[in-house]
Design a protein around this ligand. Structure first.
Ligand code: TPP
Ligand code: SF4
Ligand code: MG
Length: 357
């Protein structure tokens, strides 16, 4: 997936350099106390890292969900930067409209012409289900600078953990309880949102998958998106103690396990070029062994009903994404076994070597 670079406008002013290690992480906190998210809420941590990375010249728009409701308790707010609520499903439109509004105000001289970061966040329900059309449309408007961040806690958490297209295979939610007649109520595989956004929007200069358990990696992804400019998309996987049913102290550990088991690959697509990052890259290059999915699944109450057969099915599906997909965990295209002409690649080489070269 190599694409032309010269069509998107640049937004970068060099004010958001890549962070080389924890010592370079900014001290400024722009998402502070004043919220009522659950203890151990990784989505709240994503919000904190997001604005830490983008800095004070940022406008945040947020669609309905935990990160709206729990962050706007009457008369309090954790947001130090300007923040506005937008309707469930409207993150894409809110991002684009705000970016367009700022551009006009600057052009007319009504406000100072300067770099202002526009970030609209949405949950998996608001982004991967209801709002996917608006996000997709936004990613085609290359003349506007805005980032859509999808924080994925794998359910409609705010309304009491209903199933979404991001809920993993077999997980219990209030819409997919386990029972004696049917052990698994939910048997669909998680929709590949960042892969879809990357493959389908060649004029978006930046699409990434991150996780707050890898904080510097995530902050750098936010920064690269904002520096490259145009419409960009970052998707984070966020362990949620309430919905996933585990003790809040294990949130970071579960984020690590999701990546180490190969269930949630970390990557970025920059101008059409895929870079696997963190442990995902190490696994793909053979420098780290992928863990068995049971290490992740058995830590969460939402999978407590799984029998060995369910775990093995889950493992087989994850293996497939690593062994058969064109880019492991990213692009679900496979190449016919006998036809090497399609992409002109040498089938003797492992596909992941192609992806990380
Ligand atoms: C159009 C519309 N439909 C339904 C609702 C009710 N509602 C509020 S929050 C929410 C859940 C959103 O889920 P998600 O986007 O995943 O965010 P999370 O709550 O998980 O953070 C729902 C269904 C609403 N506010 N607006
Ligand atoms: S339900 Fe989950 S996403 Fe919502 S505030 Fe609690 S931990 Fe965070
Ligand atoms: Mg959600």
């Amino acid at each position: 997936m190599k694409m032309a670079v010269d069509t998107a406008i640049g937004h970068g002013t060099g004010t958001l350099p890549q962070i080389k290690g924890v010592k370079e992480v900014p001290y400024d906190e722009l998402f502070v106390s004043g919220h009522r998210t659950c203890q151990g809420c990784e989505s709240a941590l994503v919000m904190r890292h997001m604005v830490k990375a983008s800095g004070p010249r940022t406008i945040v728009l947020g669609s309905t969900g935990c990160m709206y409701v729990a962050n706007t308790t009457y008369y309090t707010t954790p947001w130090v930067v300007p923040w506005m609520h937008t309707q469930l499903g409207a993150a894409g439109s809110a991002a684009l409209g705000t970016a367009a509004g700022l551009k006009v105000l600057m052009r007319k001289g009504k406000i100072k012409d300067e770099k202002i970061n526009v970030i609209a966040f949405c949950g998996d329900g608001g982004g991967a289900d209801m709002g996917i059309g608006a996000i997709s449309a936004t990613l085609t408007h290359k003349e506007y600078n805005c980032l859509v961040l999808l924080y994925d806690n794998e359910s409609y958490a705010n309304t009491d953990i209903q199933l979404s297209s991001q809920t993993p295979y077999g997980a219990v939610t209030t819409f997919s309880p386990t029972g004696s007649k049917r052990r698994l109520m939910h048997t669909r595989w998680k929709k590949n949102m960042p892969g879809m956004m990357a493959a389908g929007h060649p004029e978006s200069r930046y699409v990434a998958a991150g996780c707050a358990a890898y904080a510097v990696d995530l902050m750098n992804k936010i920064r690269r998106a904002l520096e490259l400019g145009g419409p960009t998309f970052v998707h984070t996987l966020d362990p949620c103690p309430k919905g996933w049913d585990y003790h809040p102290q294990y949130s970071q550990e579960l984020g690590h396990l999701a990546v180490e088991c190969g269930i949630w690959p970390l990557y970025e697509v920059v101008d059409g070029v895929v870079n696997l990052t963190g442990p995902t890259r190490q696994i793909a290059e053979g420098r780290k062994k992928r863990k068995h999915v049971s290490e992740y699944l058995k830590r969460q109450g939402r999978f407590a009903h799984f029998v060995d057969e369910d775990i093995e099915h889950f493992q087989a599906e994850v293996d497939k994404t690593w062994e058969e997909w064109l880019i492991p965990g990213v692009i679900p295209f496979t190449i016919p076994q006998k036809d090497t002409r399609i992409l002109n690649i040498d089938k003797k080489k492992p596909l992941h070597a192609e992806a990380t070269a």
